[in-house]
Write a protein that binds this ligand. Structure first.
Ligand code: PLP
Length: 424
């Protein structure tokens, strides 16, 4: 279907045909949900032996009783796991509680309210501190900024990561920019892996930005590859060391999509100065993290080989679901100009751009036909997608047949919304 070359007559015919297909779908009274990127029950079951894994032995190698209070930055065994996951020396890792989002929130809060390197570095000292958000991006990053009253400014995502010309220009033009969010591998939602050049340019931002500028490097999908020849992410830790910007990037990761989401372990990797800043905050907020959970995770995933073969089992469950989404998009839209998307090799999402102005209507039509999609706009700060085009598809939870069914609905709704818009 080439909308731009069609006559009004042809558009009306297509509209009638698609409206008929749509009514047939509505009559099926489906109830499918492709909204949130969470592991399926099958994926969660891969880690059920965690329960009882310690068999009553709560001691760490250095004799710490993990059942008791203390150890604000986590046990050595868990730092080793964080190091396997993030590719950063264990000495630079802090192990937290069950959620990296909490660590990110606490880090942004510390930067804003208390200052990561002392009170004079607190972002609140200036009138309007701003954070760069590559878009489309992760809605929960935006919520952190919104709740703390930190203004968000956007930079476009490309197939190689954030548009670095735009990011550098923003930073050079505005000295009140204090931060930037990044999901460098299988970015939420576009699924791209930042190129080596992008990683290197991000590491250099510390040389052009204000001294209190920090990149929140949310590597939530660090080991979440769908196939064995998945793209490699360059080490931002090494790049910062090369450019003398060790304080610029603070990294995060967790086992949420490795073991049990919500009952896993979260990690942060940072320079000594940043770790000192966050530990000061944490020291007031808690007597220590759940070290029992840290220890059983460290024993469950004792080295990088075990971690990667565990992730392979996740990939076997996820790949057919991603295939179902991508096959449906390819066969419906390749060469039509009705939408564009990336082909992720890992992570949890496929991001689809409709023609401008069609995303909200597509999501509405799909909801009426029993398929729940993430609300249009959610992938932008303040819920505002200026082009109303981005839709995030999360296929991990439904069965493969359900994903196929949801995509039939999705494709029909995109077409119908597009034709109706062309007619209007
Ligand atoms: N970061 C990204 C990019 C995510 O997509 C998610 C979950 O969807 C999270 C963080 C949440 O991680 P955690 O469970 O460790 O808080």
């Amino acid at each position: 279907m080439q909308l731009d070359q069609a006559t009004v007559e042809q558009l009306r015919e297509w509209e009638a045909e698609l409206a008929g297909q749509y009514q047939t779908i509505v009559a099926k009274q489906l109830n499918l949900d492709v909204t949130r990127g969470k592991p399926s029950a099958e994926q969660l079951s891969l880690s059920d032996t965690l329960d009882g894994f310690l068999e009553g032995n709560y001691q760490t190698d250095n004799g710490t009783d993990t059942r008791n209070y203390g150890g604000i930055d986590g046990i050595a065994e868990a730092k080793r796991l964080g190091s396997d996951l993030m590719g950063v020396p264990a000495s630079h890792i802090l192990v937290g509680g069950n959620a990296s989002l909490t660590l990110m929130y606490q880090t942004v809060l510390t930067a804003y309210q208390f200052g990561l390197t002392g009170p004079e570095s607190a972002w609140k000292n200036i009138d309007k501190p701003k954070v760069i958000c590559p878009v489309p991006g992760y809605d929960r990053h935006f919520t952190v900024c919104e709740q703390l009253g930190i203004e968000m400014i956007t930079a476009p995502m490309t197939a190689t990561g954030p548009d670095m010309d735009a990011v550098e220009a923003l930073i050079k033009a505005d000295s009140s920019i204090r931060g930037m969010w990044c999901v460098p591998k299988y970015s939420n939602p576009t699924g791209v892996v930042y190129s080596d050049e992008t990683v290197d340019r991000i590491a250099q931002l510390g040389n052009i930005a204000h001294a209190d500028f920090r990149v929140f490097w949310d590597n939530a999908y660090a080991v979440h590859d769908l196939n064995s020849d998945a793209p490699q992410l360059a080490s931002v830790f090494d790049a910062c060391a090369k450019h003398g910007t060790d304080n610029t990037v603070i990294q995060f990761a967790s086992t949420s999509k490795i073991t049990h989401a919500g009952a896993g372990v979260a990690f942060m990797a940072a320079s000594d100065a940043n770790l000192a800043g966050i530990k000061k905050f944490l020291g007031a907020a808690t007597i220590g993290p759940d070290k029992v959970n840290q220890l059983r995770h460290a024993h469950f995933l004792p080295n990088r080989d075990v971690l990667m073969s565990h992730m392979q089992k996740h990939a076997e469950l996820l790949q057919p679901r991603f295939d179902a989404v991508l096959t449906a998009l390819d066969s419906a839209f390749t060469g039509t100009g009705l939408g564009s998307w990336e082909t992720p090799q890992g992570g949890y999402f496929v991001s689809f751009d409709t023609r401008p102005g069609c995303a909200k209507e597509t999501v509405r039509l799909a909801a009426e036909a029993g398929v729940k999609l993430t609300p249009a706009g959610a992938t932008f700060p303040y819920g505002q997608d200026p082009n109303d085009c981005n839709i995030r598809i999360a296929p991990s939870v439904p069965s493969v047949d359900e994903v196929v069914g949801a995509m039939e609905v999705f494709v029909t709704c995109v077409k119908l919304a597009s034709v109706r818009q062309a007619l209007s």
